[in-house]
Design a protein around this ligand. Structure first.
Ligand code: 6PG
Length: 247
């Protein structure tokens, strides 16, 4: 890993604003360096506040290519769809071109076939043919659950051990809603140029402290397996989520 840092913000809204600024700065650099910005948005409730800030910030949104790091296997009109929320709260208003929005859910496909298709999209839009078509996203955004899961990589599940597939289907683990999901695997996450994990709220404080300061195995707490080999890792926390850290 090139760099690991932890930023703590006073409030959930300050965290959301800080995260939005980080995303925009990362986008500007990627567009300057490579002419496009490949980003995977995370699911759950924490990104919603960030979208409210992002949508007001300037960027060349025509150069963004947007994935989700995991998705609940439901149509995007469903209120629990991660990409559905991103489109409604951010991408539509920011006018990210529809062709640059990489929808995971495909009606009529099962989650396994959907995972294979999403992997193809990753190769097509974020692969480097010159480097054996390795996929290196500019930014992968993640959340963390109070059980230590990240994306839809749940404790003790086979998806944690995946070494070749970039996206797999997985059951929902302990996290509601009880629908099947697809998820980036660690090979995808850990080959990103930058990974940012956002955590907000007191209910995340135990998992954050043990992930950052030790105290639990990686198998029990999958978020510990986030380790972007050639990239950087940034934890962005609000005070409540950081409250059990001792350092
Ligand atoms: C999802 C994500 C999940 C999420 C964390 C944090 O729910 O789709 O898979 O990994 O990012 O559970 O969620 P909150 O932001 O709601 O706490």
């Amino acid at each position: 890993m090139k760099q690991k840092s932890v930023l703590v913000f006073d409030t959930p809204d300050a965290l959301a604003l800080g995260a939005a600024r980080m995303v925009i700065e990362t986008a500007e650099r990627a567009i300057q360096d490579r002419g496009k910005f490949t980003v995977a948005l995370s699911g759950g409730s924490t990104p919603a506040l960030m979208y409210q800030h992002l949508v007001k910030m300037p960027s060349d949104f025509s150069k963004w290519i947007v994935f989700v790091s995991d998705e609940r296997w439901v149509p995007e009109e469903d209120s629990v769809s991660n990409m559905g929320a991103a489109v409604r709260l951010f991408l539509r208003e920011a006018q990210v071109p529809a062709v640059n929005i990489m929808h995971a859910y495909v009606s009529g496909l099962d989650a396994n076939s959907g995972a294979v298709k999403y992997e193809e999209l990753l190769h097509k839009h974020a692969g480097s043919p010159a480097a054996g078509n390795d996929v290196h996203l500019d930014l992968v955004l993640l959340g963390v659950g109070d059980d230590g899961h990240t994306a839809s990589l749940f404790p003790g599940k086979p998806a944690l051990k995946e070494t070749s597939r970039l996206v797999v289907a997985t059951p929902h683990g302990t996290l509601p809603p009880p629908v099947e999901r697809i998820t980036f695997t660690f090979p995808t996450i850990n080959s990103a140029r930058k990974v940012a994990i956002l955590a907000s709220g007191e209910n995340k404080s135990t998992v954050v402290a043990s992930a950052l300061e030790g105290g639990s195995s990686a198998e029990a707490q999958p978020v510990q397996m986030v380790n972007p080999l050639g990239g950087s890792l940034l934890w962005m926390l609000d005070k409540a989520a950081a409250s059990k850290m001792t350092l």
